[in-house]
Structures are given as C-alpha cells and as structure tokens.
Design a protein around this ligand. Sequence first.
Ligand SMILES: NC(=O)c1ccc[n+]([C@@H]2O[C@H](COP(=O)([O-])OP(=O)(O)OC[C@H]3O[C@@H](n4cnc5c(N)ncnc54)[C@H](OP(=O)(O)O)[C@@H]3O)[C@@H](O)[C@H]2O)c1
Length: 269
Amino acid sequence: MTAGPLAGRTALVAGGSSGIGAATAVALAREGATVAIAARRAAELGEVADAVRDQGGRALTVQADFAAADGVTSCVETVRDRLGHIDLLVYSAAAVRLGPVHETAPRHWDLMLTLNLTAPFLLVRELMPSMLDRGYGWVVAIGSAAGLQAVPGTGGYGVTKAALHRLTELVAEEGRDRGVRAAAVCPGWVHTRLAADPASQGVPETDVLSAQDVAETVAWVVTRPARMAVGPLVPVAPVASHADAVGGLSRYAFSPAVPAAVPDGRRRG
Ligand SMILES: NC(=O)c1ccc[n+]([C@@H]2O[C@H](COP(=O)([O-])OP(=O)(O)OC[C@H]3O[C@@H](n4cnc5c(N)ncnc54)[C@H](OP(=O)(O)O)[C@@H]3O)[C@@H](O)[C@H]2O)c1
C-alpha cells in the first residue's frame, strides 16, 4: 500500500502487539505508513503484522522489552537497520498496578516509571533529532484519563500518565517551529485486556470505547495538514457517565473482591 496521506512515512508503534497499539498499527498502515510494531509477545506481533499485510500494508515486527536496560536502543537500531528513518512514534506500552499510593509496592512504582515514562523519554531522545533534521515528525503518546485528574487508587499509574502528558506537551512546544508535532491521546475506559471487564462493573460493553475508536483518533491526529496542530492533550472518552473510566478505575482499585494479582495483567499496588 503506497497511497494515503502517510505514504512514504515510517511509524514505530511501541506496545503494538494488542489493544490500542495493535489497532493503531493497522490504522496507520491504512493511511499508507510502513509500520514497525514492537512489544514482547512474538506470536501476537505476528498476528498484527498479518492484519497490516492483509490490507496491503508493510509491516516489520520487533520483539522488544521497553522496561529492559537496552530495550529502547536495540529496538530503534533494528528498525533503522531495516527501514531507515522513523517519522512517527506512537507509544502505547504501559504497566498498570492499581491501589492507593501508600499501598503501592516500590517495585511496581519503579516498573511504571520505567515503562510508562522513561521508555518514551528515551525514544524521544533517540528519534527527535532526526525528525528535527528532516523537518517532519510525530510523537504520539497514549495517555490516560487517569493522568488528567487525580483518581483515587490509580497510584503510580496516574502519576506516570500525568508526567507523560507533560513530556508530550514539552515535545510539542520544542518541535512546533521545526515540523515536529506531538499529542497525547488520553482515553477513558477502552475495552482491552489491560482494562477492567465492563460487565464485571455492571457497564454494557457497548458503552465503553473500542481500541479502534482510539486508533482512528490517532490516525486522524497525525494526518492533519502540516500547518495544523491538535491538542497536545486529546481526551477521548465514552459519552455515558456510567462508563466513565475514572469512576471505574477507582471502584476497581478499592474493591475488596479484587485479588492482589489477577492473570490478565491487572494488579492492585
Ligand atoms: N484500556 C483502557 O481502558 C485504557 C485507558 C486509558 C489509557 N490506556 C492506555 O492505552 C495503552 C495501551 O493499552 P491497552 O489498553 O491497549 O492494553 P494492552 O492490549 O495490554 O496493550 C499494552 C501493550 O503494551 C505492551 N507492553 C507491555 N509491557 C511491555 C514491555 N515491557 N515492553 C514492551 N511492550 C510492552 C504490550 O505488549 P507485550 O505484552 O507483548 O509486551 C501491549 O502491546 C496503555 O498506555 C494504557 O495505559 C488504556
């Protein structure tokens, strides 16, 4: 696929093996971009790449752990070796450990800081100089409603998302006169493996956003004309108040029925 507003552009989707990142990889490929999809799970990465190729797009998969010491640098090196420069970065990887601040384990705090904040900072350090040199670039972070306001029980997750939003705002300001734009798309509740199951919270699944809803927002943002900026903070939430992520997260984090760790990755602090 070479047609589309992103034809000739290369996008790195970090955290692209499932959920919002996977849907974003497909959406950006539909706009013409070649996509490098990076995360830890090889089989899931392969499925996303197949979905991109099925619609005529180009995809490269990179197995990467962004919480590991050299995870960011080795991923960028691999993408540059195979695809050359990187025009767009979408950072969707995150760790979520819910619970009140005083119950948050230091190792969970450290993981969230490393994966949700330091890794996107390191990616910006790696990628922004060549974006500035080329006069074109997009840095998109998947933020969160939990970073837009203080949600009891979001612990280090909310702190890292708020800081990720500020990082994105700084990149937007520092790049704006040199063709590099940045936005944090900040979803409310999205039905993915990372989030609480809507049904378990008494919320109809249809009232919660889908990964595609958020991915299409990202694709819309990065296909605006060069003279136009969006955001940099772009909240995207279900319209119904009962499907508000903020209430759902808080209820979930304080629910005595929720064990300290559950198999799908959601854990209390
Ligand atoms: N779902 C929601 O309600 C919601 C609401 C607001 C914001 N968000 C944000 O949306 C983003 C995407 O989450 P999602 O809901 O789409 O859940 P998801 O399907 O679990 O996606 C998370 C992605 O991050 C990757 N990842 C996790 N740890 C990683 C590591 N150490 N190294 C590399 N990649 C890693 C995962 O891949 P591997 O496991 O294969 O590594 C996966 O591709 C996150 O930033 C999250 O905070 C979600």
